[in-house]
Ligand binder design. Sequence first.
Ligand code: ZN
Length: 142
Amino acid sequence: MSETELLTRSRPIVRKGRLNGAQRNRLRRLLNMMYTTNELANEIGVSPRMVRRVYVPLGCPHTRNQQNHIMINGVDFRDWYQRMYKKRSPAEDEAFCLICGDTVKMVDPSPKELDGLSYVVAKCSNCGSNIARFIDMVRKKI
Ligand SMILES: [Zn+2]
């Protein structure tokens, strides 16, 4: 994999299914009880289709009742959503490893530049594969 490919693929931000502010607020209302996909969708203010076609395939915890309908615990859903969609902001010495699927420590980081873009290539501390990250722009504090 080329370094640029590595860079563009190393941004695991899930956009599909991301809730807006009002919907995120409604997550707080979810109770520690089982909801059908329709009920859950209704509580959050999304379409039932989004729950069935996006959240469940993405790994949202669920069970099935005797009628084989998907049932989702409200609290489990909220925890899952927050884990799944949290902004990943790796520390300065970390990057996202595509193999491990997680943020890992960088080993032997070496700074590079391409078309005025600064980035670091390193090895994953966990599996040893190549990882890369952009160097964040430093914002001047006024
Ligand atoms: Zn790794």
